[in-house]
Ligand binder design. Structure first.
Ligand SMILES: C[S@@+](CC[C@H](N)C(=O)[O-])C[C@H]1O[C@@H](n2cnc3c(N)ncnc32)[C@H](O)[C@@H]1O
Length: 350
């Protein structure tokens, strides 16, 4: 990438962000002890309840005297409660260097269109990940979320690293060439970049409800000479011309949507694809692919992380949802040993 925003940070902000990221690693070790403590109390696939709320009660009760569990939960809560503050502080310490780069009027081949009278869905206003103010909670939230929170903290905890994962997800597209690609829920454009690399000749479009995320995507695209078409519209109702794309795709968008919104997003993807076009969605591992303790660890973490739709999304049969709106040759599978990300891809019939 050329002419990128200089994201070097002064020592204090950098150290605090690294500290929060390292808490995630410590949490990972504690999680293994928590699992051991659960099993040591005789809880396993045979004894744990099917119902997730009941299972939660069962494990919570059993772990009352587990120090590992109390420390793990406290660490997780502390990290989540402080992540946005630490990122905002790091930004303030570096505002003098960062702001001129972020404020510079962007000029270049990329465009950002903010349609009037768009109806942003209510669920979008949740403060996902406990992010103060939500997706638009700071004038420079795109930079803060994309570069400070995602790249420096959250992304480091993903199996294999989140940037490699995005490239792996893009590589799951059935064809090696596309004319026009839509990245739904593109945020600051990190997956969009993986798509641009994988399909250098394609015209690239991105949608998101967050103006702040899109503003930063616009800056990065223009700094790099990428002619992206960015639009602030909801994925369920983009207002774009029918059959305009030959690939509609997303990375870790779906778990932030209620099940009905996932179905509506698939319906819109179907409408937007030309006959023979592909849909490729990548998201979190399906619960039925995980053992019951892993499901509980994930499900209880998602609650703390303010991921209100994680459970209903992770238990949704995405293959069926894609087939219901008309996709054919639908496949749904996880990548690698962790089955993460979970891919759902299908084709619009000719
Ligand atoms: C986890 S982020 C996606 C990350 C991004 N794909 C990447 O690789 O960095 C989820 C994004 O989806 C956006 N979003 C959520 N619901 C949406 C909707 N209904 N329409 C458009 N964007 C939406 C959020 O604003 C947020 O930027």
């Amino acid at each position: 990438m050329r002419n990128e925003v200089n994201t070097n940070l002064r020592q204090q902000g950098r150290a605090e962000l690294s500290f929060v990221a390292d808490l995630g690693l410590v949490g990972g070790h504690l999680k293994r002890i928590v699992r051991h403590d659960i099993e040591a109390r005789g809880l396993n696939a045979e004894t744990l309840a099917e119902d997730l709320d009941e299972r939660d009660q069962q494990i919570e009760t059993a772990l009352q005297d587990s120090r590992a569990y109390h420390n793990y939960r406290m660490l997780h809560r502390w990290g989540l409660g402080n992540l946005t503050r630490v990122a905002f502080d790091a930004f303030e310490q570096n505002r003098a260097e960062l702001e001129p780069q972020l404020k510079r009027p962007t000029s270049g081949p990329a465009t950002l269109t903010v349609a009037e009278n768009v109806k942003i869905p209510k669920y979008w206003y949740n403060w996902f990940h406990n992010t103060t103010g939500g997706w638009d909670g700071h004038q420079y939230m795109g930079f803060i979320h994309g570069e400070l929170i995602h790249r420096r903290v959250v992304g480091t905890t993903f199996p294999g690293g989140i940037f490699k994962q995005r490239a792996d997800a893009a590589a799951q597209a059935p064809r090696s060439n596309y004319k026009r690609i839509l990245d739904m829920g593109c945020a600051t454009g990190h997956y969009t970049q993986a798509l641009a690399k994988q399909f250098p000749h394609a015209e690239i479009w991105g949608t998101d409800c967050s103006i702040r995320e899109l503003e930063y995507a616009l800056l990065v695209a223009n700094n790099n000479g990428w002619a992206w078409h960015l639009h602030r519209v909801p994925n369920e109702d983009t207002g774009f011309e029918s059959q305009h794309f030959d690939l509609v795709t997303s990375y870790i968008l779906l778990h932030e949507l209620p099940a009905d919104a996932i179905r509506a997003t698939f319906r819109e993807a179907f409408r937007l694809l030309e006959p023979g076009g592909d849909m490729l969605m990548s998201d979190v591992t399906r619960y039925w692919e995980m053992d019951p303790i892993a499901v509980w660890l994930q499900d209880s973490a998602a609650k703390r992380e303010v991921e209100p739709f994680w459970r209903e999304s992770a238990t949704l049969d995405l293959k069926r949802a894609a087939e219901e709106v008309g996709f054919v040759d639908v496949e749904s599978y996880g990548i690698g040993a962790t089955k993460y990300p979970w891919i759902t891809r299908g084709r619009k019939p000719r």
